[in-house]
Design a binder for this molecule. Structure first.
Ligand code: HEC
Length: 134
């Protein structure tokens, strides 16, 4: 009996946490982002397969790991959706940006401090950021 009460409490807490998190995400969405939560807009045609088999989506990794700098511009990080800040970077090509994200670049730390991210997840996240900043 006790177990069921605990279980019900856990479920309730989980549900309410998700609701709060969703609302927060909606309110703190960066200006210029056209992706809605749950939408699959991080994909590019060329690496469809890589993205779908990569575990977490680019958006999920971005929201949890990269937004701390890339939504705020901390340490002069180029903000998601800031086309002016991204155009010269995007011009370097995806491979150069993947390398920057994986190995670090200036004040950008290796893997954006996402140490449990696979390379594929980092690349999907770079794609997501590039797509949202064109
Ligand atoms: C601690 C802050 C911080 C975090 C966290 C962070 N970045 Fe960055 N990022 C930066 C800064 C600062 C720059 C600009 C570096 C420069 O131009 O010297 C940057 C630049 C970049 C660039 C452009 C690199 C280039 O070659 O122009 C990419 C791509 C990038 N970040 C991806 C990511 C991804 C993906 C994540 C999350 C997994 C992430 N960043 C997390 C600070 C951060």
């Amino acid at each position: 009996m006790n177990f069921f009460i605990k279980l019900a409490a856990m479920v309730l807490v989980t549900i309410s946490f998700n609701v709060v998190a969703d609302t927060m995400q909606e309110r703190t969405k960066p200006v210029g982002s056209v992706c809605m939560a749950g939408e699959d807009c991080a994909k590019t045609k060329s690496d469809d397969a890589a993205v779908t088999t990569a575990g977490r989506s680019g958006q999920a990794v971005y929201d949890s790991k990269c937004a701390s700098c890339h939504a705020t511009g901390a340490a002069n990080a180029p903000k998601l959706g800031d086309t002016a800040a991204w155009s010269a970077r995007i011009a370097k090509g995806s491979d150069a940006l993947y390398t920057s994200a994986l190995s670090g670049f200036g004040a950008m730390p290796p893997k954006g401090l996402c140490f449990d991210c696979s390379d594929a997840e980092i690349k999907a996240t770079v794609d997501y950021m590039v797509e949202g900043s064109k």
